[in-house]
Ligand binder design. Structure first.
Ligand SMILES: NC(=O)c1ccc[n+]([C@@H]2O[C@H](COP(=O)([O-])OP(=O)(O)OC[C@H]3O[C@@H](n4cnc5c(N)ncnc54)[C@H](OP(=O)(O)O)[C@@H]3O)[C@@H](O)[C@H]2O)c1
Length: 343
């Protein structure tokens, strides 16, 4: 049987180039076309020497494909996706351009007016653990943000089962690749190394996405979420520590009951690991895993859930491939079986 022809738009960013690395060994697909503004006309393996086995030339326009991944920056992604949708090509968009259902959120968080609000209803939020059956039939999948993936997976069991009050704190730390490959002062080596800093303290653009998706679990919920991201001096990885107070009378049996709930909730999920010790970002590097450690602080009774993932894999390219696998009926873990890199 012929392989699915797939293309990557903007292979010159970190998410795009990670897609190329992972798709190269995918048993069901052929990486047929890659685009990139600054590298058009060059061999992909000349631009990125670690992709030595891939014989493809980077082009300015996408060739004919069955599925396109867009790894464009937000706002620019819509412009390349709309013509593809018109031609009936299925798309997984790694940018934020189709994640939010409410078009009025775009000017506020992304500083542009959404030109295709009708498509926001059609697009499926591509978190398989939340929306697997809708993803299977979707034409347009909006791959989640890296921070929301870790936070939502950490919080889903207790929010879905209505075990916590809606006052939730998410404290996240991200490696510098989360900020993309475009040069900027905060990601300059001298600024980012030996340093940790909080940013977007009064509101990060991933917040509306987190709230939107928590509400899909419990529509009556009015979540009061504080989300605080930090930049830490590592290339990859996101660690999120989430805090919530259990509702009166819930989880009376404590930590073991909470752990049992998480194990049961995620028992059929191929990429979620419920772990017995707090996970570390290096436990997930290069893999599509999200590791989760749920516990209860015995002094305050507060629930603490720590999750970690690789922002470029489960937080971007790996999750996009997981979505493609679901859309085309491939085994969900196809091309994503690699264990994390250590040390
Ligand atoms: N990094 C992550 O961890 C992560 C995780 C989840 C989602 N995402 C999303 O994935 C998308 C790509 O992110 P990234 O981190 O891979 O970005 P990136 O590394 O910063 O990629 C940016 C690249 O996009 C190209 N570019 C910038 N503006 C453009 C425009 N107007 N038209 C065409 N190309 C343009 C530039 O490439 P040229 O130099 O070749 O022009 C630039 O190098 C973003 O929407 C981001 O939000 C990223």
């Amino acid at each position: 049987m012929s392989r699915l022809r797939v293309g990557i738009i903007n292979v010159t960013g970190y998410a795009g180039v990670e897609l190329a690395r992972l798709l190269h060994h995918h048993p069901e697909v052929q990486l047929a076309s890659v685009t990139g503004r600054s590298a058009a006309g060059q061999k992909l393996a000349d631009v990125f020497p670690h992709l030595v086995g891939i014989d493809l030339t980077v082009t300015a326009e996408l060739d004919e494909v069955d599925l396109a991944f867009s790894a464009m920056p937000h706002k620019a992604s819509i412009e390349v996706i709309l013509p593809l949708i018109e031609r009936g090509i299925r798309v997984v968009d790694i940018s934020a351009d189709f994640r939010l259902k409410d078009a009025s959120e775009y000017p506020r968080w992304y500083e542009f007016v959404h030109p295709a609000p009708e498509l926001l209803q059609e697009a499926v939020y591509g978190l398989p653990e939340f929306h697997r059956s809708e993803i299977a039939t979707a034409s347009l999948v909006a791959n989640p943000g890296c921070y929301p993936t870790g936070a939502l997976l950490a919080l889903a069991p207790v929010v879905k089962e209505e075990l916590v009050y809606p006052d939730i704190v998410i404290d996240s730390k991200s490696g510098v690749s989360g900020a993309g490959r475009t040069l900027s002062l905060p990601t300059h080596y001298v600024e980012a190394s030996d340093n940790v800093r909080a940013y977007a303290v009064e509101g990060h653009r991933h917040l509306p996405e987190i709230i939107q998706e928590l509400k899909t679990l419990t529509p009556s919920l009015s979540p009061l979420v504080t989300f605080l991201p930090h930049l830490v001096p590592t290339a990859r990885g996101i660690l999120s520590s989430c805090y919530a107070q259990p509702k009166q009378g819930k989880l009376a049996k404590g930590r073991e009951e909470l752990k049992g709930l998480y194990r049961d909730y995620y028992k059929d999920e191929p990429f979620i690991g419920i772990v017995d010790e707090p996970p570390e970002t290096k436990h997930t590097w290069g893999s599509n895993l999200c590791l989760i450690y749920p516990t209860i602080d015995p002094r305050t009774g507060r629930i603490i859930v720590i999750s970690c993932l690789d922002n470029l894999v489960k937080g971007a390219a790996g999750q996009a491939i997981q979505n493609m696998n679901i859309m085309f009926g491939f085994p969900e873990a196809a091309g994503l079986e690699a264990l994390p890199v250590y040390p």
